[in-house]
Design a binder for this molecule. Sequence first.
Ligand code: BES
Ligand code: MN
Ligand code: MN
Length: 462
Amino acid sequence: MSVKQYIQDNQEKFLSELLDLLRIPSVSADPKFKDDVFAAAEFVRASLEKAGADKVELCQTAGYPIVYGEKIINPELPTVLVYGHYDVQPADPYELWDSPPFEPVIKKTERHPEGAIFARGSADDKGQFYMHVKAFEAMMANEDLPCNIKFMIEGEEEVGSEHLDIFVKENKEKLKADVVLVSDTHMISLENPSVTVGLRGLAYMQVEVTGPNRDLHSGTYGGAVANPINILCKMIASLQDENNHITIPGFYDKVENYSVDYRKALNDAPFDIEAYKKELDINEVHGEVGYSTIERVGIRPTLDVNGIWGGYTGEGAKTVLPSKAYAKISMRLVPNQDHKEIAKLFEAHFKAIAPDSVKVTVTPHHGGQAAVVSTDTAGYRAADLAIQEAFGKKAIPTREGGSIPICSLFQQELGLDPILLGFGLDTDALHSPNEHYGVKNYYMGIETIALFFKHFKNEASK
Ligand code: BES
Ligand code: MN
Ligand code: MN
């Protein structure tokens, strides 16, 4: 039997196992789900062992464990390190889901005519990292594992991979490999397969604006005392100018300007702006003047308010001049922008623009660096060849707007470029209600990953 045949014969089993994993609500951000996050780690541990991995263990950290497993068939052969995460985003707001987030169902959609699995974590990242476990199982079952393999599946990606940093730094020997393979990103479509060659970084801030020392009657004091919500809105509005350019001094200092050719190549990727607008129900796109939508997401930094609150938001009307206003503000960064430096620039600027009538505190949350991946490596060539064999088309290199902070750590600490071989679609609703993952994407992913190993063995020995 061939690996491909094994994958085809086991489609149903592979799917039902994934559904079991998706039933575990492993939300890392919410301590309420602590036991479930551990249960997901245990599920991954058991599935690696069953697939044939050696030295499978839960590596304890100060947070959630990292699941490790390996199969070293021959130390002379190249080694692939697979990274993924078993934790998921919170599913809130539950009422916006058409079916319960941890009770997976399969439904057809316009972009997934053959069906998609609806569940939190289906695309991000359980459905994607589990493809690697299944590809490994298929290769093992056929005694056809072309390279050594190491798995590192963590449980804190969605909360900033706080403890992975130390783990990678302390376990360089254990993690030694020739390439890192990650499926936690998007592809353009099954018709236009792509490999991600860039991810943005992230700086995430919380701000608190305080006006008077208590909530006030908005009639007695309104107009005479600063309203921190009014002030916060003005401050936020001033962070972008009329060209949607960010106004924080120094913010763009290290942002790379790309050549006309590079930008043209990016914009040559298939992208249907009308379908994009239609899918989001918007009349017009928005962003930095002078850049296309692909560029705005892929190679330009941005600033967004993720949440804003304060004052009275209950039923009816309460006339109140609130004492405090809050916002969570994130900045997506591009290569060379250091997230700690940007956090400092933000803080200094935000304090500088605050009027004397309010007090401001700024607290940084987790952040991460951007990453760009070379297309001139054995890993990229192997990914491209695997895609060509599975899809009959060359891979299109794309730059994506999301962040996987660990990628730059792999480059820095292990000297390895991650190969971002993702099979989700941008419409799969990651982090949103009704997250889903195409069943066909899942199967094609498993097949492509197995092919990657075959091609990497050749490419790495050239
Ligand atoms: N898998 C995503 C990142 C992603 C999504 C990259 C889509 C490319 C396309 C990852 O799980 C994620 O959500 N990352 C966070 C950052 C993290 C520090 C919480 C993000 O991008 O918001
Ligand atoms: Mn992810
Ligand atoms: Mn995510």
